[in-house]
Design a protein around this ligand. Structure first.
Ligand code: HAM
Length: 416
């Protein structure tokens, strides 16, 4: 029996014509992020496992349950990247970028890997478009990034979104808050699973991010960090809101927004799509400030802020509006007894940079015309002995059906 293979669960192929949607997305990203002064960074898809454990936090779902980790042939602990921030910070430190420039604004696009439960908008290999800024502590930078994310979505035609904001305070504030959260959940310790009890003792704030149903009422009654912010974080948060209002950007403050990764301090934000195509996976963008992470990973103390968007989710939203169409060729050459001439003309016109197709199988004129239609060719020329003799051909507009007589030698110029 022949063995049949399928792709890994949660890791999809992207086929034409959907690739057109992806290319549009990527081109728009380069345009908009470029306009906001971001340069592109590309890091490898695999890193030392410890980088993610230290960067993202060992008690997070991502590290605890979702990493693709393995030993390489040299017995090194390696993981496929579950996100882009830790690798970008690693690169920033490794190349001592802070010594070369006081401010770095970088963006990246590429696959990320998380062993998650599959559903619409949630995959095991997915793609992120992310942006990270190093060296600016002011809330103006947070606001600029939020504006960038929203402008990008608008450019893609995605308007129905809600921006949610929160502040997680500074490191001390978080420590005090962690104690209060610990006290809150400790009184219901008996309700918690063994695993959650461990989380309670190691990193109680992570319980606020738990998706277990029985945790919902406990989370709802938990203390709220926003009400206990340190003064500097409060000022930072107020100023961020003022700056967003200046740009006429709507937002809602969501004091329960904690994000699933441990490195955040102060600003945390998410952009949630209102459309139903995404089901519960409706967060298209998540980000925030991580002022302690560079130092925590061995670099100099450096303020930083960023976000990442899930590109599959954006494609679902874009696809819901307009179905991608494969761009057909400009010209289709039909062979009606001039096979070698079609072959040479095809090569000549392609070298001239024109998108020209022919059916290399040959076959009847009718079947070739069918193929031209299927591909959505704009023009078509039938080439046979008569055309070769006179040097004149009929250039047919496939949409209107009208024909125009042109010299074979003028086809190239005509198409331009
Ligand atoms: P995150 O919230 O884990 O943040 O992911 C960002 C976005 O990636 C999500 O809002 C979602 O659109 C998409 N995403 C996440 N997991 C999946 C999945 N399994 N399938 C499809 N899409 C997914 C981060 O990753 C941070 N590194 C963002 C950041 C950058 N913060 C600061 N700088």
């Amino acid at each position: 029996m022949k063995q049949k293979f399928s792709g890994l669960r949660g890791m999809g192929d992207i086929l034409p014509p959907d690739t057109v949607l992806w290319q549009r997305l990527e081109a728009t990203a380069r345009e908009i992020f470029g306009a906001f002064g971001f340069g592109e960074i590309r890091t490898p898809i695999a890193e030392e496992t410890a980088l993610f454990e230290r960067g993202i936090g060992e008690d997070t779902e991502v590290i605890g349950k979702e990493m693709y980790s393995f030993l390489d042939k040299g017995d090194r602990h390696i993981s496929l990247r579950p996100e882009g921030t830790a690798p970008v910070v690693r690169s920033y430190i490794e190349h001592a970028i802070h010594q070369r420039e006081p401010i770095s604004k970088w963006f990246y696009m590429g696959p990320m890997f998380r062993y998650e439960r599959m559903k619409t908008g949630r995959y095991r290999q997915f793609h992120q478009l992310g942006a990270e800024v190093f060296g600016i502590a002011e809330p103006r930078q947070d606001a600029e990034l939020i504006q960038l994310a929203l402008e990008f979505l608008k450019k893609l035609g995605i308007f129905e979104v809600r921006l949610e904001l929160n502040s997680l305070g500074d490191v001390d504030c978080r420590r005090r808050f962690a104690e209060k959260t610990h006290a809150h959940f400790s009184s219901s310790r008996h309700v918690l699973s063994e695993e959650l009890q461990k989380t309670l003792d190691r990193n109680p704030m992570r319980l606020l991010d738990s998706k277990e149903e029985r945790m919902a009422p406990l989370i709802a009654s938990a203390p709220i960090l926003l009400e206990q912010l340190d003064d500097a974080s409060r000022e930072h948060f107020d100023e961020l809101q003022r700056l967003l209002r200046l740009l006429e950007i709507d937002f809602v403050v969501n004091p329960r927004l904690v994000r699933g990764l441990d490195y955040y301090s102060r600003t945390a934000f998410e952009v949630v799509a209102e459309a139903s195509v995404l089901g519960t996976a409706s967060t298209v963008c998540g980000g925030g400030r991580y002022d302690a992470l560079v130092e925590q990973l061995g670099g100099p103390s450096t303020p930083a802020v960023g976000f990442a968007m899930g590109l599959e989710r954006l494609c679902l939203l874009m696809g819901a509006k307009s179905k991608a169409v494969l761009q057909g060729p400009l010209l289709f050459l039909v062979d009606a007894g001039a096979r070698d001439e079609v072959w040479k003309l095809l090569s000549f016109l392609r070298k001239a940079g024109l998108a020209v197709e022919a059916d290399l199988r040959g076959g009847s004129v009718k079947s070739q015309l069918k193929r031209a239609n299927k591909l959505g060719a704009q023009y078509c020329i039938v080439l046979g002995e008569a055309e070769l003799k006179t040097g004149q051909v009929q250039l047919k507009d496939m949409q209107s059906g009208t024909e125009r007589e042109v010299m074979l030698s003028e086809v190239e110029g005509m198409l331009r």
